[in-house]
Design a protein around this ligand. Structure first.
Ligand code: TRP
Length: 330
């Protein structure tokens, strides 16, 4: 099949070992897009991480673990550029140029910014306000046409499009490219609490790289249909987070069986979760095997990231030269 023209770019903050939500909401899509687009670029956005974290002590390890998970999940250096954001300093230059066409009010009005103020009222730093400008710079630096992200990032992609238009208009150029958002298939995977989006910070996550035993333990803690208090109560799979995941990881026959039996109390939550844990572990086994293979050679990951940065930088240099010319800098 002919690949689609243009570049895909996406980034993720280095949060360490990845979980099911990261996988279904981002990584799975990254892997698939490698075969549908001509070029794919995936960045570990360490500078973005600095807007929220208070210490960098875990940053190197978190970056390494995330890169390892990406590679084990099937992001391939032969197909994609994988690199660390700060290794391509041109992004910081573009960030400041884009900031000149960014109305401040637009940044402070963004729902994502308002959320952050609520989360960290004691640390509303300048970088945090500029977070979307840096993200726009990430995307525009590589002239990406498509950006796979979850729906929560939609305002940032819309913002990027506006800033690209403003830049091109202000400097009467067309060097920067307006990207399209590629919505991910599973925008919101809930955590084991069955209530909040799965996230490491809420500790409601299921790690991809966990052992089968740890995975089973987490799965058994999952909150199911809250109305189903006793084993003899019929349940409602439509509101059950375990069932949502069964639909992704279990066979159609099992899904049908659980859908029927849960509704008439034919199967209990414990047995239902055991089936899910088994299927999930089976699904993740090849990933876990590849992960431990790759981990035997940490130099390999360093090489991949170094090579990725070089390739990314070659593209970035061209864009920055064009941008400076367009602006008319002496
Ligand atoms: N803001 C994104 C997030 O929190 C991460 C990100 C940074 C990003 N730069 C990007 C995503 C560029 C896509 C493209 O998930």
């Amino acid at each position: 099949m002919a690949k689609k023209k243009g570049r895909v770019f996406s980034g993720a903050r280095p949060t360490g070992k990845q979980h099911l939500g990261n996988y279904l909401g981002a990584i799975k899509n990254y892997v698939a897009l490698q075969d549908t687009y001509e070029e794919t670029i995936y960045s570990i956005v360490d500078i973005h991480a600095l807007t929220t974290i208070e210490t960098t002590k875990d940053l190197p390890q978190n970056t390494y673990e995330m890169a390892l998970d990406w590679l084990a999940a099937g992001i391939r250096p032969e197909k994609s550029i994988i690199f660390i954001q700060s290794h391509v300093p041109e992004v910081v230059e573009l960030h400041i140029f884009l900031s000149m066409v960014t109305p401040l009010g637009k940044l402070t009005d963004l729902p994502t910014f308002k959320d952050k103020i609520r989360q960290q009222p004691y640390n509303v730093n300048y970088g945090l306000v500029g977070y979307p400008v840096l993200m726009a710079a990430d995307i525009a630096l590589y002239k990406a046409v498509a950006v796979p992200v979850g729906v929560d990032q939609a305002p940032h992609i819309e913002f990027t499009r506006e800033i690209v238009r403003s830049f091109n208009y202000r400097y009467n150029t067309n060097v920067l490219v307006e990207p399209q958002m590629v919505a991910t298939e599973f925008p919101k995977i809930l955590g084991i609490d069955g209530k909040n989006k799965m996230s490491k910070s809420l500790n409601n996550h299921i790690e991809l790289a966990a052992t089968p035993e740890e995975t089973q333990k987490r799965v058994m803690q999952m909150v199911t249909d809250p109305q189903r208090a006793r084993r003899s109560d019929p349940g409602n799979p439509d509101v059950c987070n375990v069932f949502t995941l069964h639909k992704i990881f279990s066979s159609p026959e099992e899904v049908t069986m659980i859908n029927t039996e849960c509704r008439r109390a034919g199967i209990g939550c414990v047995d239902c979760k055991k089936i899910f844990a088994k299927n999930l572990n089976e699904h993740l086994a090849p990933f876990r095997e590849r992960r431990s293979e790759i981990a035997k050679d940490p130099d390999y990951i360093q090489d991949v990231l170094r090579d990725g940065a070089e390739r990314a930088r070659a593209i970035a240099r061209v864009t920055i030269t064009e941008v400076k010319e367009a602006i008319g800098l002496p």
